[in-house]
Design a protein around this ligand. Structure first.
Ligand code: HGY
Ligand code: MN
Ligand code: MN
Length: 437
């Protein structure tokens, strides 16, 4: 059982009462059912559950497949028309009341990092389905068609949303993901068709707007005790495989001054990344999150090491500057250690500002519901930044307790989850009334 089976906290109830109690019955605003979202998060957490209390629901794994089936069942319960697009994204659609309007999209993802938590992506996915179900149960038809989207493989590089907002390259399709499958094979595994990805792509104007509810994944809202974050912009992310070629040799007979130790060069490189990233003012971050040494034995000097390097910032130029400095320093390390560095870029996600009108809508909806609000950037990547290429996007953050994420200890309180879904619903209702062009 998850920690999140606590009762809904009073702020959520207070906000709902504030929104509904003074109004005559027939004018009451529809209200989301926070307890239902939490129950569904608990049910979803069974797919890929691990002993640490989180999930390893890697994109294209069996657990992912079963989680997706569960999600499609929930969408049907919410009277959505369910389909899987050619990129493997799950789409639940409901017709709008006014002909000729492009759909409003809401959603998130349900795949996780290895040994991840139960809230990243899941809150937004369950929250979006809850909003759709609330609309049906309240007899509300939007002017616009509504699409609830559960994007595939967010954690492996926002792949599903990228296919909607842009084009997946052959190189990306051939990348091997954490589940061991190539993206191309993974898309087939979950019911898409990698040969027909054009069918998933949407043109500018083909989507009216996209709203995503998500956990903050940092500690600002929790430490400042603020209910809702309005996301101003989402960081760009670039990733590289860094291969260091040295020379594998006997660890007992090769003198220390005659080694070409790829691991030693890797250690110096990792330190350099940290030093370079922290040497510039700003909020940029850099991580070496993966390491693989070959051949990998106590008694063999590592001949080859492959590292995973990631750089993030709201300004793409800053990322490129950092990379230039890092690769220049790699050259120096290589010369001193007698090794060779090569960099293969595996992913590049552009930074994306959210739409100012959507930020105002979210801010207004949250305040009307009685919540405290602050604007903030997102240091995590999101499907919203891919959709930002073709449509205005907005993001709603709720607190992550102690700012922990990508960990089994990731946790958001039931009350905050209900609050976030309420803001999603009310933002959507406001958005539906507007003309956005
Ligand atoms: O990696 C990220 O920032 C996101 O959680 N996918
Ligand atoms: Mn994540
Ligand atoms: Mn996420």
């Amino acid at each position: 059982m998850l920690k999140n089976q606590r009762p809904i906290i009073p702020v959520f109830l207070a906000a709902l009462c504030a929104a509904g109690s003074a109004l005559p019955q027939q004018q009451r605003q529809p209200a989301v059912n926070g307890a239902r979202i939490v129950a569904r998060l608990n049910a979803l957490s069974e797919f890929g559950k691990n002993p640490q209390g989180g999930v390893s629901r890697l994109a294209y794994s069996e657990a992912d497949l079963r989680g997706r089936e569960y999600v499609m069942g929930l969408m049907r319960e919410a009277k959505l028309d369910v389909s899987i697009d050619s990129a493997g994204n799950i789409i639940g659609r409901r017709a709008g009341g006014e002909p000729g309007l492009a759909p409003l999209l809401i959603g998130s993802h349900i795949d996780s990092v290895p040994e991840g938590g139960n809230y990243d992506g899941d809150v937004g996915s369950m929250g979006a389905i809850e909003v759709a179900q609330t609309l049906v149960e309240s007899g509300v038809t939007l002017r616009h068609p509504l699409e609830v989207v559960v994007f595939q493989n967010e954690e492996g590089g926002t792949i599903g949303s990228h296919a909607i907002g842009g084009e997946l390259t052959e190189k990306q399709l051939n990348l091997v993901t954490n589940s061991g499958k190539r993206i191309r094979d993974g898309i087939r595994f979950i019911g898409g068709d990698p040969e027909k990805l054009g069918g998933a792509r949407r043109r500018r104007g083909g989507v009216t707007a996209y709203l995503e509810l998500h956990i903050e994944q940092g500690g600002i809202l929790d430490s400042e005790k603020i209910n809702i974050g309005v996301v101003e912009g989402i960081v760009g992310i670039k990733q590289w495989d860094v291969t260091i070629e040295g020379f594998a040799n006997h660890a007992g007979t090769t003198p220390m001054n005659q080694r070409r130790d790829a691991m030693l060069a890797a250690a110096r490189f990792i330190d350099a990344v940290n030093r370079i990233v922290t040497s510039m003012p700003g909020r940029q971050v850099g991580t070496v999150g993966k390491i693989q040494a070959q051949p990998g034995a106590y008694n063999v000097i590592p001949g080859r090491v492959i590292l995973g390097l990631e750089l993030r910032d709201l300004d793409e130029k800053k990322i490129d500057q950092l990379f230039d400095k890092i690769s220049a320093e790699a050259e120096q390390i290589a010369r001193a250690a007698g090794v060779k560095f090569s960099f293969t870029q595996t992913n590049s996600i552009t930074p994306a500002p959210t739409d100012e009108r959507l930020r105002r809508i979210i801010d207004g909806a949250a305040k009307e519901l009685g919540f405290t609000v602050r604007a903030m950037p997102s240091g995590a990547g999101h499907d919203a930044q891919e959709i930002a290429r073709i449509a205005p996007v907005g993001m709603i953050f709720i607190p992550s307790v102690d700012g922990i994420s990508h960990s089994p200890r990731e946790y958001s309180r039931p009350g905050d989850i209900g609050n976030g879904a309420a803001v999603l619903l009310h933002s959507l209702l406001k958005l539906d009334k507007m003309k956005l062009d």
